[in-house]
Design a protein around this ligand. Structure first.
Ligand SMILES: C[S@@+](CC[C@H](N)C(=O)[O-])C[C@H]1O[C@@H](n2cnc3c(N)ncnc32)[C@H](O)[C@@H]1O
Length: 440
């Protein structure tokens, strides 16, 4: 089967929700969402190490796997904490008819195309008699109809070839019906059709696997040592740690998230930063108009008005910028329509909490007008005290223009989408960044 040209096959109602004004861009956008960003990026914790040091480690790992064919690893001239890994040159692999098959769902398939291995919960089906250490063809099931644990070959026109791997587990370990589901790598990928090197995730306290726009986003916020910074929707904390690193861990970074389990999971990773405090808190209630700033009111949410120098609102969103998207989990327009409501509520709190002259960055990992440019247009109308400022450093393209957001304003935004290459010429996931300053 051919790769899909839209993550919403057969769902025109949903497609219609994505770009309502700039409809000419819709078809290229949908096709682009299905494709894999082929450059892998890591953010380097420059408080602990440097890009050159990490580069040496990654180069050695790649050489051990790919020898002479190892892809290029390089730093970026304008972002001093990013390490990039190019795709392999000649990945033109096809399914080998002599091999047995493993089937994964589309979420797992997307991760494999970006260089991951298959973890046990990701395996939907493995043919009977597959042995440990056996090479297998790996397919992703686009239809969602493959039965978990099935033993027969999954004959479907709706499966796409993703790559080949070597099994580390057998069927009885994967589908054992016990209270303790299997964990760990089930199939170690050897190759994939995207050509993204199969490294798994090398993240540790020195480097973090992170998409380039997420790294750019915190540079746009540009926090300064000694400042008081609020990260309103912080979990899993990837941008929170970046904020603290740029501030040299000096000042105060307050990380809020409404999900208790997500905060619990991010705490161990953030506890080595002196400047970060984390709270389980609903940020739609983060501002308390009647509080005066005192050491105690500043330490726990809700917070007094105008009590932060900078605020990052990396809002909950439809996540449609994630690439590749072989088939979207969002099936109904109503779900898409629900996000702007909470985004506006969070935004209104951010404006209250920001001090005069302070900086607010609004970002999403999605591509819909309603969650990106429309929120900016709404905010500029609703809060005359805000002015839009240039979202630099710039790696994505301009925002889209709308009837109430002219080109002079949309140029200040940063949208990562089809055809918007960053300075070094590679494509990323979809993302949106807007930067505001509160007029004193
Ligand atoms: C896009 S994720 C944030 C990613 C994070 N900034 C990072 O880079 O690691 C959005 C987060 O918003 C949280 N969230 C949703 N509604 C919220 C609310 N009302 N208050 C605080 N957090 C909320 C979700 O639990 C989720 O963790």
């Amino acid at each position: 089967m051919r790769y899909p040209k839209s993550p919403f096959v057969g769902n025109p109602g949903l497609e219609g929700e994505i770009l309502k004004v700039n409809t000419a861009g819709l078809a290229p956008l949908l096709e682009w969402l299905c494709l894999t960003p082929r450059v892998t990026t890591y953010r380097v914790n420059t408080r602990r190490t440097c890009v050159e040091e990490c580069k040496r480690t990654v180069v050695d790992k790649l050489a051990a796997i790919y020898g002479q064919k190892a892809p290029k690893v390089y730093a970026l001239s304008r972002l001093t904490d990013v390490l990039c890994i190019d795709p392999l040159d000649d990945e033109n692999i096809r399914p080998d008819p002599g091999l047995r098959e493993v089937i994964v769902d589309t979420t797992c398939g997307a991760a494999l195309l970006r260089g991951a291995h298959i973890y046990a919960p990701g395996v939907l089906a493995m043919e009977s008699n597959t042995q440990v250490n056996e090479m297998v063809n790996v397919f992703a099931d686009l239809s969602g109809k493959c039965k978990r644990g099935s033993t027969a070959r999954y004959d479907s026109s709706q499966k796409i070839f993703v790559g080949q791997g070597r099994t580390l587990m057998q069927r009885y370990q994967l589908f054992n019906n016990s209270d303790k589901p299997a964990t760990g790598v089930a199939v170690e990928m050897q190759s994939n059709v995207s050509g993204v090197p199969v490294l798994g995730d090398l993240s540790n306290s020195d480097i973090l696997l992170q998409n380039l726009p997420s790294i750019v986003c915190v540079h746009v916020l540009a926090p300064q040592p000694g400042e008081r910074v609020l990260d309103m929707c912080a979990a899993p904390g990837n941008k929170t740690s970046h904020i603290a690193e740029i501030m040299n861990d000096v000042g105060s970074v307050v990380a809020l998230d409404s999900s208790a389990s997500r905060v619990r999971n991010m705490r161990p990773r953030l506890c080595s930063y002196q400047s970060i405090t984390t709270h389980v808190f609903d940020s739609t209630k983060a501002a308390a108009a009647d509080l005066l700033p005192t050491p105690s009111t500043l330490s726990d949410p809700p917070f007094p008005r105008a009590s932060f120098d900078r605020i990052l609102l990396d809002a909950p969103c439809s996540g449609l910028g994630n690439r590749p998207q072989l088939s979207s989990n969002i099936k109904r327009p109503k779900i898409l329509q629900s996000y702007p409501h909470v985004q506006r509520r969070l935004f209104a709190q951010a404006v209250e909490l920001l001090r005069p002259d302070g900086i607010l960055v609004y970002s999403t990992c999605t591509v819909t007008e309603a969650e990106c440019e429309c929120i900016v247009a709404w905010a500029l109308k609703k809060f005359p005290e805000l002015r839009l400022v240039d979202a630099t450093p710039r790696w994505g393209g301009s925002g889209l223009s709308l009837p109430d957001l002219d080109v002079s304003k949309s140029r200040l935004l940063q949208r990562f989408g089809p055809g918007t290459f960053d300075g070094d010429g590679f494509e990323t996931v979809g993302f949106f960044i807007a930067k505001f300053q509160k007029v004193a």
